[in-house]
Structure formats: structure tokens, C-alpha cells
Design a protein around this ligand. Structure first.
Ligand SMILES: Nc1ncnc2c1ncn2[C@@H]1O[C@H](COP(=O)(O)OP(=O)(O)O)[C@@H](O)[C@H]1O
Ligand SMILES: [Mg+2]
Length: 235
């Protein structure tokens, strides 16, 4: 198979089927600007974590299956092979620039830092209702936040697409949080990606893996990360 693109953690191949791609989830990991291993980091680390690729694929397939079974949205997943750490997907049109769709149930991380001047705020504060955000994928600009009306006004997302995508995004986020709860996990926040199929319809793409979210054990309150988090999604 011909390598089309080498991402930070996934290799993208042409599988010979028109309109499809073959994603290989590798054991490569990213680090942040401080040089620490950080799934949200923008730089590739020198080391790899054995089992990382399989774990990310395992969690992604469990979540995408749930979204498909519940008929909440279409995902790009066509098939997968856990042993080969690979997934065949529908090749999607992506937004320019790329977008990250975020949902938050707890005030923490960059959200807490951004709004720390608000009175009564604290790191770990539970939000009375979920907050949905979109950021532009631009490492150099620090992935700036963008409001939905700006996305449509600037033509990044056509208004007709946004009309469908915005409620669909919220429904997907809710379903993912419920799946986490069923696994004994309290989901604090998460990031997903959307693309468009050939007909311009929204398609849930990329991956939903440990590095995309903050999750805590619902009983102990301890944060659950990495391979341990992914293992919770094994049937
Ligand atoms: N269905 C799809 N169609 C087209 N592009 C996709 C699809 N799913 C994922 N991608 C893109 O393929 C790349 C996957 O490799 P990854 O290692 O995650 O890259 P990155 O370094 O951008 O995070 C990402 O750029 C992602 O946006
Ligand atoms: Mg990625």
C-alpha cells in the first residue's frame, strides 16, 4: 500500500479502494513544549510506548461502534484489524483550517486558564450544563478558539452544514459521555474531529483515544489515562 501521509501518530495509506484510506495506529507518542510525553503535544517524542497504537484503535472502535449502533451520526470507520493496528475509513473532506470540536463538563485545563478571572471559578468546578467549543488547528497560533457564527461567516463551515453538524456534535458528545459512564468513568472533557463525505454530509473522523480526553474513575476519583483508559473499552 502506498503511504499518503505520515501524521504524528498515525500513518495514512491508500488501500486501493476509491474514496477510502487505510489508517495505521502506531506506537509513536507526542510531547509538549516542556518536553514531557503529552498526547496533546505538538512535537513527536523520540521514544515509543509499546501497545499505544492498539490501545488508541481499541478505544476508537468501541466509541465509533456505539455512535453507529445508536444511529447518532455516521463515522468514517469501514472496518478494522486490532492485530494490525489498522482501520479502513471513508476518505473525508476536511475543513480548512482543520477544526477540533470540544465538549466540557468540568472547568479545567485551558478552559480554566482562559476564564480564571471569572469570580467563583476553580479548577475542577463542575459546569451546570456542558460547554461546546471549536478550535482552529494551528500549532503556531496555539489552536485559537472560534465561535460558530465566525466559522460560518468566514466560510470555514458552510451554514447549511453547521445547521446539521452543531446538534449532531452535541448528540455525539452526550452519547460518548454516557458510554464512559457505563465503563465507570466520569468524562470531564473531550475533543473530536468531523469531516464531510462526498455528498457534503458530516462524518465523524480521526480517532477518539485516551489523549483526546480527561476521564476519572467514577468510584475512586482517580484520573485514568493511557493504556489503562483504553482497556476499559475492551468488551
Ligand atoms: N476519514 C479521514 N479522511 C481524511 N483525513 C483523515 C480522516 N481521518 C483522519 N484523517 C486525518 O489523518 C491524519 C491522521 O494522522 P495523525 O497522526 O492523527 O495526524 P496529526 O499529526 O495531524 O495528528 C490527521 O491529519 C487526520 O485529520
Ligand atoms: Mg492526530
Amino acid at each position: 500500500m502506498k503511504l499518503v501521509y505520515r501524521g504524528k501518530t498515525k500513518d495514512v495509506y491508500d488501500n486501493g479502494n476509491p474514496g477510502q484510506l487505510h489508517l495505521v495506529f502506531t506506537d509513536r507518542v507526542t510531547k509538549n513544549d516542556a518536553g514531557e510525553i503529552d498526547p496533546g503535544g505538538n512535537n513527536l517524542a523520540e521514544e515509543t510506548i509499546p501497545g499505544q497504537g492498539e490501545a488508541c484503535l481499541l478505544m476508537t472502535t468501541a466509541i465509533f461502534n456505539e455512535i453507529a449502533v445508536k444511529n447518532i451520526a455516521r463515522t468514517h470507520m469501514v472496518g478494522y484489524d486490532l492485530d494490525a493496528c489498522s482501520m479502513d475509513v471513508i476518505k473525508a473532506g476536511t475543513f480548512t483550517p482543520g477544526l477540533e470540536w470540544v465538549a466540557r463538563w468540568v472547568c479545567t485545563g485551558s478552559f480554566f486558564r482562559r476564564y480564571r478571572m471569572v469570580s467563583g471559578i476553580s479548577d475542577g468546578l463542575r459546569l451546570p450544563s456542558p460547554v461546546f467549543e471549536v478550535t482552529l488547528k494551528d500549532d503556531a497560533a496555539g489552536d485559537p478558539l472560534i465561535v460558530p457564527s465566525a466559522l460560518t461567516a468566514l466560510g470555514v463551515v458552510p451554514a447549511s452544514v453547521m445547521e446539521k453538524l452543531w446538534p449532531m456534535n452535541q448528540a455525539v458528545m452526550k452519547a460518548i459521555r454516557e458510554l464512559f459512564a457505563a465503563k465507570g468513568l466520569d468524562l470531564w472533557d473531550i475533543k473530536i474531529e468531523w469531516g464531510l463525505d462526498e455528498q457534503g454530509e458530516p462524518l465523524l473522523i480521526d480517532e477518539v483515544s485516551p489523549g483526546c480526553c480527561r476521564a476519572f474513575d467514577a468510584t475512586t476519583g482517580q484520573r485514568v489515562v493511557g493504556l489503562e483508559l483504553a482497556e476499559r473499552f475492551r468488551r
